[in-house]
Ligand binder design. Structure first.
Ligand code: NAD
Length: 425
């Protein structure tokens, strides 16, 4: 176990952390905050790196690198997803943890930001192996997580089953059931109704608000969605239900296109049966790299970071980009898109629905009382609408992009909490 509590994040070259720090710098410059505040916000409060040994089904042993980064606690316990992906590294987790801090502040839930990950490809492992690796990782990070310390949730490559194993491992160590240690659990274990689709519901809700304020009628709007996982799939479904014609979607194995608009319900059945969007009957197979540059009105990246770059941003034809994924747009792409007049609704606003309902799940766990799905969805919509208007108003008042406005608002709130609490000792 390696502890590091003093590292100032210093990224090398391009990547999500470079982008996250540049966004922070621009917010600090706008707010006129000083060097001490900058250092405090640029530096994760706590980072934990662990080795995760796994006994494979064939008896051999493999060891994976695991991480948990807690970026900030000024507004409350740390909160953030757990990612299983082969390219997870410390800088990526640092960036994602920082974005979680801004996201929680922006939608005003009482958390700081965290993120975790294991550099593992879940597609290469059996369920039994994934369970063992999850339980071992959980026990390695156990000293720093808990319902009042840091509350993990699903992210890329993990799901409600992963959260059930985490909760069970943590509870076994505590000697009693602790439902509040994770969110995104199965409903039968104290998960919240509406949590599974919450991120996507928020993405679609924000997309519809963005379309309305930029003169796009859903019934006459076309869209493409990159990623057909927990976020992309239901985002496509909600958009289609609102009348948007979703022409194309992609996943890691391929991309499909139908100029008449995809039948998302049937596509979901195809994906459940085959594991991929590729080969969906009646559709054209297209180059996955083209999904965000197609001739559509709305593009929704909902897969991984760094997909809109200096190399493809000038080919974007969409009028609006709504970031379902975290960090899909690099700094270079942001500048190009701004020049082209493309509206970018940033991740910390667009995909915040997940953490909002995670917060509701945690509240329900603390109350030991389950809210109705309608209650959850209404309150989610309320939170997203309030955050949307705050960002639009701030952007308008200060001549900023939505990303700049969202980051500045969040940084302001986190800094205020820090100032009010004071620096110990
Ligand atoms: P997931 O693992 O459920 O799905 C990821 C999807 O992206 C899959 O369809 C996969 O095939 C596809 N994909 C992976 N690499 C790709 C690539 N290079 N090109 C195209 N498609 C690719 O993950 P998820 O939970 O849906 O997360 C997606 C994004 O949304 C991530 O950036 C995540 O951090 C962010 N996010 C997730 C949540 C949540 O509640 N799950 C909340 C906020 C933000």
């Amino acid at each position: 176990m390696t502890w590091s509590t003093t590292t100032t994040a210093a990224p090398t070259g391009a990547g999500p952390l470079t982008d996250a720090l540049a966004q922070l710098e621009s917010a600090l410059a706008h707010l006129g905050y000083n060097g001490g505040t900058r250092q405090m916000l640029a530096t994760p409060r706590r980072e934990l790196m662990v080795s995760v040994p796994l006994r494979r089904d064939d008896g051999s042993i493999a060891v994976y690198s695991g991480y948990r980064v807690q970026h900030n606690f000024s507004r409350g316990p740390a909160k953030g997803g757990l990612r299983f992906a082969p390219n997870v590294d410390l800088d990526e987790v640092r960036a994602l943890a920082m974005w979680m801090t801004w996201k929680c502040a922006l939608v005003d839930v009482p958390y700081g930001g965290a993120k975790g990950g294991i550099a593992i490809d879940p597609r290469e492992h059996s369920l039994a192996e994934l369970e063992r690796v999850t339980r071992r990782y959980t026990s390695e990070i156990l000293p720093i997580i808990g319902p009042t310390k840091d509350i993990p949730a699903p992210d890329i490559g993990t799901d409600e089953r992963t959260m059930a194993w985490m909760m069970d491992t943590y509870s076994a160590a505590m000697g009693h059931t602790v439902p509040g240690v994770v969110t995104g659990k199965p409903v039968s274990l104290g998960g919240s109704l509406g949590r599974a689709a919450a991120t996507s519901r928020g993405v679609a809700h924000v997309a519809l608000m963005a379309m309305a304020s930029h003169g796009l009628d859903p019934e006459r709007t076309t869209a493409s969605v990159q990623g057909f996982g927990k976020v992309g799939r239901d985002a496509a479904r909600f958009l289609a239900a609102a009348g948007v014609k979703v022409l194309a979607v992609s996943d890691i194995d391929g991309a499909i296109y139908d100029e008449r608009g995809l039948d998302i319900g049937r596509l979901a059945q195809h994906v459940d049966a085959t594991g991929s969007v590729a080969g969906f009957e009646g559709t054209e197979s297209i180059d996955p790299a083209s999904i965000l540059t197609l001739d559509v009105d709305l593009a929704v990246p909902a897969a991984v970071e760094g997909v809109l770059t200096g190399a493809n941003a000038d080919r974007v034809q969409a009028k609006i980009i709504v970031e379902g994924a975290n960090g899909p747009t690099t700094r270079e792409a942001d500048a190009i898109l701004a020049d082209k007049g493309v509206v970018v609704v940033p991740d910390i606003l667009a995909n915040a629905g997940g953490v909002v309902v995670s917060y509701f799940e945690w509240v329900q766990a603390n109350q030991a009382y389950q809210w109705s799905e309608r209650d959850v969805n209404d309150r989610l919509e309320d939170k997203m609408t309030t955050a949307w208007h705050a960002v639009v108003d701030y952007a308008g008042a200060h001549g900023l992009s939505y990303r700049e406005a969202a980051t500045a608002l969040a940084v302001q709130r986190v800094t205020e909490a820090h100032r009010l609490r004071g620096l110990y000792p």
